[in-house]
Write a protein of this length. Structure first.
Length: 272
């Protein structure tokens, strides 16, 4: 099983600190942002202690996933902002390669004052302008909060089918549940539907999160494992599903009283 959590990236240890944080949780996977997720300020790769971190990753056989910043919007109706997102994403992909990952999770975008259809077409155009690389872009399943695109499998399929290089999916349990897919009572059919529309082979990452909100709430508020409306049994089922055993699973659950819960939650999920 490949399982871990979101980890920090901060001075003075940077990537080495990120890897050691993951190891402290007894994880064999980790996900990080190459800078603050709310902005595009980035330190030079030369400062991030990449070579030392890559040695640790190799030694402990860890899987590294990178998440693109939330601030990017490939569906923006503002052409200047959309072009900024395109150009920044190109730079971020290079950073991901240098760090040593080949998975970049991406929130597809918000259509804002446009229609959903217009938003999807702008995402397609943006990703075609970004171009292909050795880094696999994993579009995240979204909850449908506000004007988010890709809260339905068909929307992800439209983008995948119209971008001129392979794209993949990061399946977020909280987002998908909040979008209206009943993982709790209709688990098999949710994944059957995904397989028929997109293909299970397109899933290259999971975000394992419980949900503070009810089915189809379109809220996107993560809850700790077993404390929300998805519940432990369903999340355990995802984690132990033999079809997904070799796919990295990343926890993004909230801190409890200022303390990361990941070591305990990972152990709980592994033991089942």
């Amino acid at each position: 099983m490949i399982i871990g959590s979101h980890v920090g990236l901060k001075a003075p240890d940077f990537l080495v600190g990120s890897v050691n944080e993951a190891l402290s949780y007894n994880a064999n996977a980790l996900m990080l942002y190459t800078g603050a997720p709310q902005n595009t300020l980035r330190k030079p790769i030369s400062q991030l202690k990449v070579s030392e971190a890559r040695e640790l990753i190799k030694k402990h056989e860890l899987t590294l996933v990178v998440h693109a910043p939330y601030i990017l919007n490939l569906a923006s109706p503002d052409e200047e902002k959309r072009l900024f997102s395109i150009n920044f994403l190109k730079q971020e992909i290079k950073r991901v390669e240098e760090i040593g990952s080949n998975i970049l999770v991406l929130h597809p975008g918000n259509f804002m004052t446009n229609t959903l259809e217009e938003g999807l077409n702008l995402i397609v155009d943006s990703l075609n302008k970004v171009g292909s690389s050795n880094v696999r872009i994993a579009l995240e399943t979204m909850s449908g909060k506000g004007s988010e695109c890709c809260f339905k499998f068909e929307q992800l399929k439209y983008i995948i089918d119209n971008v001129n290089y392979p794209l993949y999916v990061c399946f977020d349990t909280c987002h998908t549940f909040d979008a209206g897919y009943d993982l709790v009572n209709d688990y098999d059919n949710v994944f059957k539907s995904f397989d028929e529309i997109i293909g299970l082979d397109k899933i290259i990452c999971f975000h394992i999160n419980d949900s503070k909100n009810v089915l189809a709430s379109h809220k996107d508020r993560h809850e700790n494992i077993g404390k929300g409306n998805i519940g432990f049994n369903t999340l355990k089922k995802v984690v132990h599903d033999p079809r997904f055993i070799n796919i990295p699973k990343i926890l993004e659950t909230p801190y409890i009283d200022g303390v990361a819960p990941y070591k305990e939650e990972i152990e709980l999920l592994i033991k089942g």
